[in-house]
Design a protein around this ligand. Structure first.
Ligand code: 6AU
Length: 274
């Protein structure tokens, strides 16, 4: 099963080019760490990416929180992506009808589909949201994650909602490559007549921290070991646990990234041999 296959071997389980690129990048860099850089100044964003670049397979952005955004930032991001060999995940959390999300994904100020390998969507509108986003992203080789679960206290994405999200993904495997979730979704959302034994989805898990247990606004943290070894997650998403409160402290930020990378990789290796 995917849980005990190497990242490199799992690349062959996917036809989507972004899924393959992510798995190959993880294998090459021996890092299943994605750093979420939720800062509001372009210069801070670039400085943090340079500091953590060697240790990550992926950088996650919220491009709409950048106060001084100018599209020239995108070229700089892409250059860093090539220099340090990682992919971009724009955490846009689309949640509207197909026609609207297609416009939001392709255009506006940020033109997300033109540069982000990966983005995500809430399954709340139903399959039409996948249709809308794939009308833009599929031909570009992009990938989509569905938010099957959330890390926050009191999340409504549980039970049959999570199951339906997985079912939606199974019906659109060319474009939906995985989930934002707290655990593997294997076996969930399968119906008796479907052969799901060959199904592989990437599980990206936010809400990861080694020190804090949560924040003042409902975020909840688990350790890399809990996520990757116990719950079978594939990629840990770490934000404030790495960049802390001072975006200028780049040496400390690099050291933290190295530590999370090591923890994430050790948990994966333990999972493989267990
Ligand atoms: O490590 P943090 O708490 O500083 O940041 C976590 C990041 C934030 C959230 O917007 C995002 O992960 N996130 C998501 C994603 C990635 O979709 C889902 C979720 O359930 N919880 C969560 O924190 O940028």
């Amino acid at each position: 099963t995917p849980r005990t296959q190497t990242y490199g071997a799992r690349a062959l389980n996917f036809t989507n080019p972004t899924a393959r690129l992510i798995l190959e990048t993880i294998e090459r860099k021996k890092s299943n760490l994605a750093v979420s850089v939720d800062v509001t100044k372009s210069n801070d964003l670039l400085a943090i990416i340079k500091a953590v670049g060697p240790y990550v397979c992926m950088i996650k952005t919220h491009i709409d929180i950048i106060d001084d955004f100018d599209f020239s930032l995108i070229k700089q991001l892409q250059n860093l992506g090539h220099e340090y060999d990682f992919v971009y995940f724009e955490d846009r959390k689309f949640a509207d009808i197909g026609n609207t999300v297609a416009l939001q994904y392709a255009g506006g100020v940020h033109k997300i589909a033109s540069w982000a390998h990966l983005t995500n969507a809430h399954p709340v509108p139903g399959p039409s949201i996948i249709k809308g986003l794939s009308s833009v992203g599929l031909a570009l080789g992009r990938g989509l994650l569905l938010l099957a679960e959330m890390s926050t206290k009191g999340s409504l994405a549980v039970g049959s909602y999570t199951e339906e999200a997985v079912r939606m993904a199974r019906q659109h495997k060319d474009f939906v490559i995985g989930f934002i979730a707290q655990r593997r979704m294997d076996g969930i959302g399968s119906q008796l007549h479907e052969d799901v034994s060959q199904d592989d989805f990437l599980i990206l898990t936010p809400g990861i921290g080694l020190e804090a247990k949560g924040d003042a606004m409902g975020q909840q943290y688990r350790t890399p070991h809990e996520a990757v070894f116990e719950s079978g997650s594939d990629i840990i998403i770490v934000g404030r646990g790495i960049y802390g409160t001072d975006p200028k402290a780049v040496d400390a930020i690099a050291a933290k990234a190295e530590r999370y990378m090591a923890e994430g990789w050790a948990a994966y290796q333990a999972r493989l041999t267990h």
